[in-house]
Design a protein around this ligand. Structure first.
Ligand SMILES: *Cc1c(COP(=O)(O)O)cnc(C)c1O
Length: 444
């Protein structure tokens, strides 16, 4: 008999109430494609050729949401993992996203019924968090903030000055092949490089500043460290050269953190005399992807207003979702990133021991071990944070990545380490269940 004859028809499968509910949730195209895949499997003999089996296979392979993105538990010990979307959002920020996802008063004055200023609440939250700033603006990411500064102040706009003075040791590649010097010159600005890879002095800057200088740019080397015979120049030393000093601090740390003494912060950069500060929203600030622009009182605030009115500012404008999540990150409880940074190593050790204990009791070869976590590409290069992990046989790494939810650990010395520093305690149960599911899969 032709095996295809018994395969349930698409219409019949789609009419099944549980599948129809999935169509309401996920859309017809996605569900139909999943039905087609299950029918193919039945034709190939991988599934019994009956209605219940095909419906069951469809339901089992339908995603929870209409996105191909899958949640991943970050057990890498890298707090800000670029491949995992950097900072996870706080519950408060997620709730704000949900609210903003509908229609909201992002640009409406409910008192008058007329147009209101867009995103003021987020800017107010930022200015409250950094009282040393007199004006602020938000764009899509840190790179956009820098580009907007360069295109407004240095690309022949305004007074026609074109040069950005920058130290050679600060010509940074951010990642994925993107380089800050290329980004700056793409706007039409010219770079005037000073110093050598390892050393630069105030005199180098002073000699380079001239009639064509639009600004001095200080870029934080946020993903590498240079040690040995080195010297850089602080912001304080660069004020007084007669041009604005722009500090790209990178990580978005707003105030100093005791564990990260070398990581620049926005308040500190402004206090040191920076005219403008740029930073990312989704690194140590712990919020959504965004670029921050902060202006010091006086010239800095005026420059922020000029930057906001540049035609390209509209092309880099953040959406209402970002505004909502950003504000809630600043006004709400401690962000997950900050909580991970502040986690007590002894508490992490206790969690690792409890997890390893319960896994061992279930027959998994698991031990609690000490571990070293890092901030990641988002900042604080070279800094390690004391942490704790559950060590499993190496083969768990791939199986955990394929699980639901996927778990990303770290393979080290032939073991799969699940580092707990970047995970909240609420995730421990889910983590244990994921490991047990892998163990059970192997036993079958
Ligand atoms: C991360 C970073 C950037 C780029 O910011 P994005 O938000 O990723 O666009 C620019 N400068 C520095 C110093 C950085 O660390």
């Amino acid at each position: 008999m032709d095996p295809r004859r018994g395969v349930p028809r698409t219409d019949t499968v789609l009419a099944e109430p549980r599948i129809a509910a999935a169509v309401d949730r996920l859309g017809r195209d996605l569900v139909k494609a999943t039905v087609a895949a299950a029918q193919d499997r039945a034709r190939r003999g991988e599934l019994p050729v009956d209605h219940e089996a095909v419906v069951g296979a469809v339901l089992a392979s339908l995603p929870d949401t209409a996105t191909g993105l899958r949640p991943v538990l970050n057990a890498t010990g890298v707090l800000l993992h670029t491949n995992l979307g950097r900072a996870p959002l706080s519950a408060a920020a997620r709730a704000a996203l949900d609210l903003a996802a509908g229609t909201c008063d992002v640009e409406l004055d409910l008192g008058t019924g007329g147009r209101g200023p867009r995103g003021n609440a987020a800017i107010d939250a930022l200015l409250s968090a950094v009282p040393g700033a007199a004006a602020a603006h938000l764009v899509n990411n840190g790179a956009a903030a820098l580009a907007l500064v360069a295109v407004t102040l240095a690309a022949g706009g305004g007074d026609g000055r074109r040069e950005i003075v920058i130290a050679r040791g600060e010509l940074v590649e951010i990642g994925d092949g993107f380089r800050i010097p290329d980004l700056l010159t793409a706007t039409g600005a010219r770079l005037r490089e000073v110093g050598t890879t390892n050393r630069v002095s105030r005199a180098d800057y002073a000699a380079a500043v001239g009639d064509d200088t639009a600004l001095i740019l200080k870029v934080h080397p946020s993903n590498f460290v240079v040690t040995g015979f080195t010297r850089s120049v602080g912001i304080e030393e660069l004020t007084g050269l007669g041009v604005p000093v722009v500090a790209d601090i990178g990580s978005g740390l707003l105030t100093p953190h005791p564990l990260l003494p070398d990581e620049p912060d926005a308040a500190g950069a402004l206090a040191a005399g920076a005219t403008l500060v740029t930073a990312s929203g989704d690194k140590l600030l712990g919020g959504p992807q965004a670029g921050l622009l902060l202006g010091a009182p006086g010239e800095g605030a005026e420059l922020v207003q000029r930057i906001r009115r540049h035609p390209l500012a509209r092309a880099m404008r953040v959406d209402k979702l970002t505004l909502a999540a950003f504000e809630a990150t600043l006004r709400g409880p401690v962000s997950p990133t900050r909580a991970a940074l502040d986690a007590d190593p002894a508490v992490l050790r206790g969690r690792a021991e409890r997890l390893a204990g319960s896994l061992t009791a279930a027959g998994v070869e698991a031990t609690a071990v000490g571990s070293a976590a890092t901030v990641g590409g988002g900042g604080a290069p070279g800094v390690t944070l004391a942490s704790a992990a559950v060590a499993l046989p190496e083969r768990y790494a791939a199986a955990l990545r394929a699980g639901e939810p996927a778990v990303l650990g770290r393979v080290e010395h032939g073991r799969c380490l699940l580092d707990l520093r970047a995970l909240p305690v609420e995730a421990d149960q889910e983590l244990a269940a994921a490991v047990l599911a892998v163990g059970a899969g192997r036993a079958r």
